[in-house]
Design a protein around this ligand. Structure first.
Ligand code: MTE
Ligand code: HPA
Ligand code: MOS
Length: 760
């Protein structure tokens, strides 16, 4: 693939790899602690739903070393941190809405004292019955906002003409982000009422806004700085705000630095996760298995406040067809308010939950009719020029990915080999499933699709770049550096990517929606191009030409008519500096062409779509109910990857995270709304044994123009959805053992459920 493309700079090495390897990369906890720093601990509500009668902090404040215990009444500004809907207090005021909801913030001389004192706080809460089930919440009218419906064609009429109609239910569970670095922040007061906050956040501007509101201080006084995250996966798009606001409130009030990083168990109990969904589907097909009508109702378990749920819900609707063309669709989604921690962004952002239901519906039909689900999938792949329910006409590579996978991996042979294996083995059964994907790239909220980059060229020719992009392991800094190196024609070593800072780059969208490299990379490209054009003018004078088009910068040298000159990058920069040419530029990028009208639920919300097809093979041990993911073979639509190492890593990581969601990871709350899967002993995440035996990734060869940065399509989220194939592959293996197995469409397919299903 494009590793050989000459647009790519001499090195694609991840710029973090050396410091990562040496343990020198800086995370929040590596920031040296200033003398006088205090440490926080946050008390979470012990009950899921109730009325606060009193909070007695006297014993806690009496603990030696405790400086102050903050409660809602200490908030100087607004007690409100909701981003989309203003429904989320920073500290519980009169009511508690979920177990772990922040109630009080203890600040003490040490972390241990703070935690000890926190346990001395006495809360008197009149308990009410919690609601944890989204369907029950809907019945009770507990919705975050009214339902939304996407429509195409006329479903009711279409069902009348269907040869086959089936109805069923499909549920998917939540997922713990389990970023290696837990949530946290370190707030340091500056002069004149300003405050600097180091935050482990994907959304520095979101943190800035929340802090500004809580302190009642304008945004220009709030500096958020992020070097990198030890993972975010969506969990820090909005939910880093709480901890930063608590630290900032205490630091501002006491005028000393305050730090708080969550204990892993608190992080698991207090923060929201991927949204569980319960869904009803009705699907109608023609005799030749074309899907003619699809009606689906999603019950999103939103949790106790909106957080990002409305946006997540929107993306569920956008992706409810997955990669299939269905002429008649009615998809309705309810954001159901429950007494659980507010659920939030998680890789795929509601898309995977939507796709799981259509895949379940197809599998349901296949099992009822005794046909192969892959036949139904293949016949319904969307083609270029066909619309989704939201009306965007698709430039489709669905068929191309499928065909490339079918040819490269010989699907026919895989099916035959599995049949032979299953014939010959009584206690082990193999299964396979194909998972074609289509994921829209852009924030679904059009307004958010913009970014800025601030580029400085110093007089020695070295370059610094600041953008709104947050590095969280996905390699975005390396990609931005590549963009700058290619644009300026200099070696990547000449370029440093700085921390993400709200004083240098303002009003940023979070690093999310897989769009960070596209948005911030394009902003950097715009800034670098403007600088380059100025430098070309300087070089032109020096080379006595007026033909700017004939000049180019490459490998740190100036070329005239493709011939190397004696002029170096450094010499041109120095001359420009002496001539008082501006060597700083701010680039602004706003994705063109996209628009969406929420009133009609129609528009063109995505810059482009990413396609792919995966084939998953599994072996189920039918005595024990355990299974191995033998292999996953993928054809993925990279566009033209600008960094194959990083992009392959994203696919492998996303895939395994998706497999975890679909097979192992079981978020369990009890009827009281308490998290039972509250530690790594009770919540199983993928380990080396859950990783597929082999992962093969082939690029789809395309030379299409797309709107991606350097044509290198966004890759952060789409691969997670390849993991959905593991659920259906296991299901197929179970059916090979017990054709009459009764298996609810209810993910994850844990070994326990697998065992029950084998003998059902
Ligand atoms: N990869 C790593 N290593 N760590 C992360 O936290 N987050 C994922 C994905 N890949 C994540 C990751 C999510 S949820 C998104 S939206 C994208 O990266 C965000 O980065 P991008 O926009 O640069 O792809
Ligand atoms: N994706 C991810 N994060 C978001 C989105 C989206 O579409 N919209 C708002 N935050
Ligand atoms: Mo990713 S869920 O958009 O942070």
């Amino acid at each position: 693939m494009s590793a050989t493309n000459e647009r790519i700079p001499p090195t694609q090495t991840n710029i973090d790899s050396q410091t990562h390897l040496r343990g020198e990369s800086l995370y929040l906890d590596d920031i040296p602690i200033l003398t006088g720093t205090l440490f926080g601990a946050c008390l979470g509500s012990p009950v899921a739903h109730g009325h606060i009668r009193s909070i007695d902090i006297s014993a806690a404040e009496a603990v030696p070393g405790v400086i102050k215990v903050f409660t809602a009444k200490d908030i100087a500004g607004e007690n409100e941190i909701g981003g989309i809907i203003q429904d989320e207090p920073l500290l519980a005021d009169h009511e508690v809405h979920f177990c772990g909801m922040p109630v009080a913030f203890v600040v003490a001389e040490t972390w241990d004292i703070a935690r000890y004192a926190m346990k001395q706080i006495i809360t008197d809460i009149e308990e009410h019955e919690p609601v944890t089930c989204p369907r029950k919440a809907k019945e009770l009218g507990m919705l975050i906002h009214p339902p939304r419906t996407h429509r195409l064609g006329n479903v009711d009429e279409a069902f009348e003409n269907c040869h086959y109609i089936f109805e069923g239910q499909a549920d998917s569970n939540g997922q713990e982000h389990l970023y290696i670095e837990t949530q946290g922040a370190y707030a340091v007061p500056q002069e004149n009422g300003q405050i600097r906050i180091y935050s482990s956040t994907q959304g520095p501007t979101a943190v800035q806004k929340a802090v500004s509101k809580v302190l009642g201080v304008p945004q220009h006084s709030i500096e958020i700085d992020v070097t990198r995250l030890g993972g975010g996966f969506g969990g820090k798009e909005d939910q880093a705000n709480t901890w930063a606001a608590l630290c900032a409130m205490a630091a501002h009030h006491l005028q000393v630095p305050v730090k708080y990083a969550l204990h892993r168990l608190d992080d698991m109990a207090m923060t929201g996760k991927r949204h569980p969904y319960s869904s009803d589907f009705k699907i109608g097909l023609s005799e030749d298995l074309k899907i003619l009508a699809y009606e689906v109702t999603f019950y999103q378990n939103s949790g106790a406040s909106a957080d990002l749920s409305p946006a997540v819900l929107e993306r569920t609707l956008f992706h409810c067809n997955n990669t299939y063309y269905i002429p008649n669709v009615r998809a309705t989604a309810y954001p159901c308010k429950t007494h659980l921690p507010p659920n939030t962004a998680f890789r795929g952002f509601g898309g995977p939950q939507g796709m799981f239901v259509i895949e379940s519906a197809i599998m349901f039909v296949a099992e009822k009719l005794g046909v192969d689900a892959t036949d139904i999938q293949y016949r319904n792949l969307i083609q270029t020029g066909q619309p989704f329910a939201y009306r965007q006409l698709v430039d489709s590579d669905a068929q191309n990915c499928w065909h490339a996978a079918a040819n490269a991996f010989n699907i026919g042979q895989i099916k035959k080999d599995i049949a032979v294996f299953n014939e010959q083995n009584e206690h082990y059964k193999k299964g396979m499933a194909i998972m074609p994907i289509c994921f829209g790239i852009s924030f679904t909220n059009t307004m958010m699709n913009n970014a800025r980059a601030l580029v400085h060229i110093y007089s020695d020719g070295s370059v610094n770049i600041s953008t709104g992009a947050v590095e969280m392991g996905q390699g975005v800094n390396t990609k931005i550096m590549q963009v700058a190196a290619v644009t300026l024609g200099i070696h990547p070593r000449k370029i440093k990517i700085l921390s993400t800072n709200t004083y240098r780059v303002a009003n940023t969208s979070p690093s999310a929606a897989s769009a960070t490299a596209d948005l911030n990379g394009k902003a950097a490209q715009i800034a670098c191009t403007a600088l380059l054009n100025r430098l070309k003018e300087v070089a032109a004078q020096q080379l006595n030409t007026t033909e700017l088009d004939h000049i180019c910068f490459k490998n740190g040298l100036v070329y005239l008519d493709d011939a190397e000159t004696a002029l170096t990058w450094e010499a041109v920069v120095m001359t420009a500096f002496v001539q008082r040419v501006a060597l700083t530029e701010n680039g602004h990028y706003a994705t063109p062409k996209i628009h969406y009208d929420k009133a009609t639920e129609q528009g063109h919300p995505f810059a482009y779509h990413v396609f792919g097809t995966s084939i998953t093979e599994v072996t189920v041990d039918c005595i024990r109910g355990i299974y191995d993911i033998d292999s996953v073979k993928i054809v993925h639509d990279f566009g033209e990857s600008m960094n194959t190492g990083i992009d392959m890593g994203q696919i492998e990581g996303g895939l395994v995270q998706g497999i975890g969601w679909m097979t192992l990871e079981e978020v369990v709350y009890d009827a009281k709304g308490k998290l039972r899967s509250n530690a790594l002993s009770t919540y199983k995440v993928p380990d080396v044994y859950s990783v597929p035996g082999t992962i093969t990734i082939l690029p789809l060869e395309t030379d299409k123009d797309n709107m991606a940065i350097l044509k290198s399509k966004a890759v952060g989220e789409p691969p997670l959805m390849y993991g959905i194939g593991s659920y259906f592959a296991i299901r197929n293996a179970i059916k090979a053992f017990n054709p009459n197995a009764k298996i609810a469409l209810d993910a994850p397919m844990t070994p326990e459920k697998t065992l029950m299903a084998l003998y059902s």
